[in-house]
Design a protein. Sequence first.
Length: 158
Amino acid sequence: MRNRKSKVRPMFRALRSGEIGGALVETALTAPVLVILLLGAVEFARVAYTAIEVANAARAGVAYAAQNGGTASDTAGITWAATHDGAQITGLSVTNVSLSYICSNGAAATGANTDCANSHIEETVTVNTQATVDPLIYVPGLPKSYTLRGQAIQKCLQ
């Protein structure tokens, strides 16, 4: 029994007096902090990626609307284009598709061909998208979910 103790004590003495033990303690103290920072960065990247995709989906909707004069009023097609652009985002929805008309001289217009006698009609399409992101790790004090919104506005007819 005495022989076993004599072999263990020099190891403990070396750990206490040398730098190997200090490095082990420092690693044990900093590893949890680094893991928390890494998880926070991953969560931030997930939310940022989803925000970019929600905005891009709205842009895809107005790009579909701007193809020609007929597609600007095709709300089903605009919705399809927006939702299929962001198909990898769960819960993505198109909340609003709106058309507005104005004469190029600034006068009000309703969209009829006779509205702008001395100028031409400008048609503007607005697409709003929305998605909700639930964090993988809930942190007290932060929201339990994030609602991300995208909007794109484009003139279609000039």
